[in-house]
Write a protein of this length. Sequence first.
Length: 332
Amino acid sequence: MSERRVFSGIQPTAGSFQLGNYLGAIRHWVRLQETYQAFYCVVDLHSLTVPQDPAELRTATMTAYAQILAAGVDPARSVPFVQSHVAEHAQLTWVLQGLTGFGEASRMTQFKDKSTRGGAESASVGLFTYPMLMAADILLYRTHAVPVGEDQRQHLELTRDLAQRFNSRFGDTFVVPEAHIVKETAKILDLQDPTAKMSKSQPGGCVFLLDPPKVIAKKIRSAVTDSETEVRFDPAAKPGVSNLLTILAALTARDVETVAKAYQGSGYGALKADAADAVLAFAEPFAARVRELLDDPGELARVMADGAARAREVAAPVLATAYQRVGLVPAG
Ligand code: ATP
Ligand code: LTN
């Protein structure tokens, strides 16, 4: 087994993962566990940065964990765990907050978007320090590669800056991680507004993998395209059609140009129908597996506890080193 590590996280903020989460991130998690020591985390602490309902958060965390396993993350080959089970994440965050500039944090576009959406006054301080918690997640495991979608690139840059800053002030402690962003599927677009990324917060154009098959198929068949009829991969001029081609190509392991050629002369209807079939071919067995896992909460809790214990084994000594390097006196 390689000594190189990957780390990634996903928020448990909705009942179901969306297609962009799967194609942009989790599909790559599954692949990377073959060649890396992999740590995959349901980042429940990140969900506390916006108002949340306690019962919903508990359910969403269990469901998110089950979805990671159902997607193919294998506890025998990787370490799937829940962020709040490993206290070191919150502890290292505090250290990193002291190293982050106020201006630097203010430039994070995700913070700017999310805080202006609900009115800047009502945004929490947690939303502002969210990227330092994410940096702590990554740095605690001396991570080399972080598979994420394009929207996380700026947070990764901040994580790299913080690692370098810490290392140069206090001595070599953290690995400076690389973003692992697969270009083809880095930004799956909203089906109703193909200029925006597919997002849980815009449910109209978002495919939730655990939705009933009919709902999923209808959303894909009613995807916004354009007023032409020609199927062509051209993200700038034809974002809607190109997005469907990207989805279909990724799910059938082909490249977009090959897929585009297959629809020359056949119009948008056939492309939409086949894209819907490809999504359902993945989503239906996926949902069945998630239900099976959730039907045995005792076993799920056991796998979770085992993941947390293995994560802590790596995180605890790294935190202890960081504490010691910044000058905190050990307790005993
Ligand atoms: P949403 O916008 O739906 O709330 P999110 O970014 O909050 O999504 P997370 O659970 O935080 O979702 O992210 C999980 C992973 O999915 C991240 O690596 C993120 O980059 C990726 N991701 C989210 N949306 C897309 C998308 N439309 N295309 C590609 N990757 C995506
Ligand atoms: N911020 C990410 C989720 C996330 C993450 C991480 C991703 C939290 N911690 C560590 C990669 C590595 C998001 O909103 N998608």
